[in-house]
Design a protein around this ligand. Structure first.
Ligand code: SAH
Ligand code: SF4
Length: 422
């Protein structure tokens, strides 16, 4: 199913550019990000008979996403004669790493590059009891929330499922978290030995560094719905990375028409970037509010499917000095959440500054007072400790040099080049 373009009147211009894969110069197909069915299809298209395509796809899927293997020659249960056939037609890619940085607090940030030269970022945030990978869904963003550095970029393009899943794969590579090499794959091969079963069990046990994923990097994930859904389905597949949907959170600025589909078709935890409780302020700082207002947004949150009350919706609230941080704002937030009967948690995010930002962060006392009011009403309202600020890895600080050139600019550059060639 493809998502229709979603026009928003006014000054923003969301154009979810259709693109499933980034074509490679060598003509080979990158399997990264493909589902098992998609791998069956590309194998069948490359003339494997249906039975063989199905079996090979199952094996290859497991090697790619469960073992982290990038070389067909390492797939020990695939015949030696078959391996060169695969290598000639397919690759198992990773995003190119342009730069890797580490913060003094342990947060890590990677600057990544797509095959067609666009830069985007991912961030890993280690905590005592979990490790969270913050994944990007777009290069740039069509929306322009006033406090967000990514919002000052134009949308360059949507990331493909391969570029989204590729971030998770790369993080696993960097953290050294693939199960030991060798052995056959569980559940498929009759020759599976006991030692291999033990490896599989160890791997699914706790103790991994990367335990959670948040779609909170660059971009608005619900404006790249199909690719984000397809990518997360691969990430959740039990034969591969096998991350539980309970450990995945998708954050949206409030693309109301896509929220129901997010619940039905992806089923992950939802975080909503609320940030203000009045139309006037939210219109200013989260401009998509002019299209989908607070009531509509909270109505969509109330309808978001939940298997139980324990799956609360997270409301993100950036603390901006003298803008949205008064005690009256806190009380109105409580009133709204109660009115819509939302099992909610509020994340108070101290504003992370960036050069030229038009806001300042609220004072610690103000944030504390805001938090106390929400907490006193029985709603959890933790104050987020900023992570990775020293390497510009904190919420809202991500921005890359990639800018999409307009048609006119590209034409002008082409003319200049032509003129220079004489
Ligand atoms: N586009 C999605 C997800 C990415 S942003 C969204 O807007 O929800 C992840 C979170 O960081 C959002 O809640 C966003 O509003 C917040 N954020 C953006 N800029 C920030 C800043 N400068 N300081 C603190 N939080 C910020
Ligand atoms: Fe885009 Fe989210 Fe930043 Fe708003 S906060 S500009 S939706 S990335």
């Amino acid at each position: 199913m493809s998502t229709p373009l979603m026009p928003i009147p006014g000054h923003f211009d969301p154009v979810p550019l259709p693109r499933d894969v980034t074509p490679r110069a060598d003509g080979r197909v990158d399997l990264m990000g493909l589902s098992r069915q998609a791998i069956i299809d590309v194998f069948a298209a490359a003339t494997l008979d249906p039975r063989a395509a199905k079996l090979r796809a199952k094996q290859v899927f497991h090697w790619i996403y469960h073992r982290g293997v990038t070389d067909f020659a390492a797939m020990t249960d695939i015949a030696k004669t078959m391996q060169p056939w695969l290598t000639a037609r397919f690759v198992i890619g990773r995003p190119e790493v342009v730069e890797a940085q580490a913060s003094t607090d342990g947060t890590r940030k990677w600057l990544l590059r797509t095959a067609d030269n666009h830069d985007y970022e991912m961030v890993f945030i280690p905590d005592a009891d979990r490790g969270t990978l913050c994944v990007s869904s777009q290069v740039g963003c069509t929306l322009n929330c006033r406090f967000c550095h990514t919002g000052t970029m134009r949308l360059v393009r949507n990331l493909t499922p391969g570029e989204i899943v590729g971030q998770v794969m790369l993080a696993r590579d960097a953290l050294g978290e693939w199960p030991k090499a060798g052995g056959n794959m569980a559940g498929l091969n009759d020759e599976l030995d006991e030692e291999d079963e033990a490896t599989t069990r160890d791997y699914s046990a706790d103790g991994r560094l990367l335990t959670n994923i948040v779609m909170m990097g660059m971009g608005e994930p619900l404006y790249n719905f199909d690719n984000v859904r397809d990518a997360l389905k691969v990430v959740m597949d039990g034969d591969g990375l096998a991350l539980s949907r309970r450990r995945i959170t998708l954050s949206t600025s409030g693309v109301v028409p896509m929220m129901a589909r997010c619940g039905d078709e992806i089923g992950v935890n939802l975080a909503v970037s609320l940030h203000a409780v009045t139309k006037e302020v939210r219109d200013e700082i989260v401009p998509i509010n002019r299209k989908f207002g607070i009531e509509e947004l909270l109505g969509a949150c109330a309808a978001y499917p939940r298997s139980s009350n324990s799956r609360r919706i997270t409301f993100e609230y950036v603390m901006l000095k003298d803008k949205n941080d008064s005690d009256a704002d806190a009380r109105e937030l409580v009133r709204l959440l109660k009115e819509y009967d939302l099992p909610a948690k509020v994340n108070l995010i101290p504003f992370n500054p960036w050069p030229g930002a038009p806001y300042e962060c609220s004072t610690p006392e103000r944030i504390r007072s805001f938090s106390n009011i929400v907490f006193a009403a029985g709603i959890s309202a933790p104050i987020r400790t900023p992570r990775g600020r020293d390497i510009d890895a904190a919420c809202g600080q991500l921005k890359t040099a990639s800018e999409r050139k307009s048609r006119a600019e590209m034409d002008r550059l082409a003319d200049e080049k032509q003129a220079a060639l004489g």
